[in-house]
Design a protein around this ligand. Structure first.
Ligand code: NAG
Ligand code: NAG
Ligand code: NAG
Ligand code: NAG
Ligand code: NAG
Ligand code: NAG
Ligand code: NAG
Length: 245
């Protein structure tokens, strides 16, 4: 029909600017309106704002909280909620009627947090198999990975669409030492990650934390000994001084 349809995804609570690309096209008009159709089945589009050459922009009372007309025939929609999703268009009435632009707006909540969990399956001296699960509020995806102390490789399925239409993706980071769960939709994403080195029981990280514990024990022992020696010398010294008098 000769007009552009722009698809927009907007996060709940955010604002959006609907623009006429060429405001100069709006002249000698009888009426210029921004309309919304909530669904394809909506019989009649609702008027959000009407611009008339005489009266300027007029916003129906029930839209004054969201619809803010601009001088150049654009309109800002504020604090969008999911119920505001729909097909918006700008209709110009001169001697004929034409649509100048349409916006297909989908309002989405940000994604919920994701958790990563690693469960050992089997291991050999130089590699191990683990199951990595990524869990969100409404969905879990898991896949099996074979890891050495240096990298992991994946044996199957690692990306799915959740019931809420978001996507959940398990992958190895560029540095090859981290497995990442990424929960994303068109407006937001969030990740959780697990380091590879502790995944296999044979990994050097385990050894490291062991050393760390024994180091603390050694330090405590040394401290106790030092206190004991100091106290002993103190008593010896007092005994000596008493002996003098
Ligand atoms: C219309 O006005 C808004 C501010 O009110 C501005 O952000 C936008 O860029 C303008 N658009 C055009 C096409 O002039
Ligand atoms: C807002 O009011 C207009 C009439 O002024 C009506 O046609 C429209 O359906 C109303 N919209 C909503 C979302 O209630
Ligand atoms: C609007 O965009 C959504 C998401 O891409 C799509 O499912 C829907 O069919 C589109 N609606 C129209 C009227 O183009
Ligand atoms: C890991 O799984 C693969 C494929 O199932 C298998 O060939 C391999 O022997 C397993 N490795 C270990 C350490 O269990
Ligand atoms: C990984 O393990 C191999 C032996 O399986 C060892 O030679 C290598 O040094 C280890 N790499 C790291 C980074 O610990
Ligand atoms: C997560 O996925 C989104 C969507 O694919 C992408 O834009 C984003 O960069 C990813 N984040 C990371 C840390 O990889
Ligand atoms: C000892 O281990 C703890 C956690 O187990 C870690 O936070 C700390 O940095 C380690 N210290 C050293 C000196 O490695």
């Amino acid at each position: 029909q000769g007009f552009t349809e722009i698809t927009l995804f907007v996060q709940t609570g955010k604002d959006v600017l609907l623009e006429i690309m060429d405001p100069d096209a709006v002249k000698n008009y009888n009426l210029f309106v921004w309309r919304v159709k909530k669904t394809d089945n909506d019989p009649e589009p609702k008027f959000l704002v009407t611009f008339s050459p005489v009266d300027g922009p007029d916003v129906p009372e029930n839209y004054t909280e969201i619809v803010f007309p601009q001088a150049n025939f654009s309109v800002i929609l504020k604090n969008l909620q999911k119920a505001n999703s729909g097909l918006y268009d700008a209709q110009l009435s001169t001697s004929k009627q034409e649509i100048l632009v349409a916006y297909n707006i989908t309002v989405l909540d940000p994604v919920s947090p994701v958790k990563v969990k690693v469960d050992p399956v089997s291991s050999s001296p130089d590699s191990c198999n683990v199951t990595v699960s990524c869990t969100t509020d409404d969905y879990t995806i898991s896949s099996t990975w074979t890891c050495t102390n240096q990298t992991c490789s994946n044996q199957g399925h690692n990306s799915e669409i959740t019931p809420l239409g978001a996507s959940l993706h398990i992958y190895l980071s560029d540095d090859s030492v981290t497995i990442i769960c990424n929960h994303s939709n068109q407006v937001d994403w969030i990740t959780a990650s697990a380091h590879i080195s502790p995944l296999c029981p044979t990994s050097p990280v385990e050894v490291h934390s062991h050393t760390n514990n024994s180091l603390i024990i050694v330090l405590i022992t040394v401290a106790v000994l030092l206190i004991a020696i100091t106290a002993g010398m103190f008593f010896l010294y007092r005994k000596k001084r008493r002996g003098k008098y």
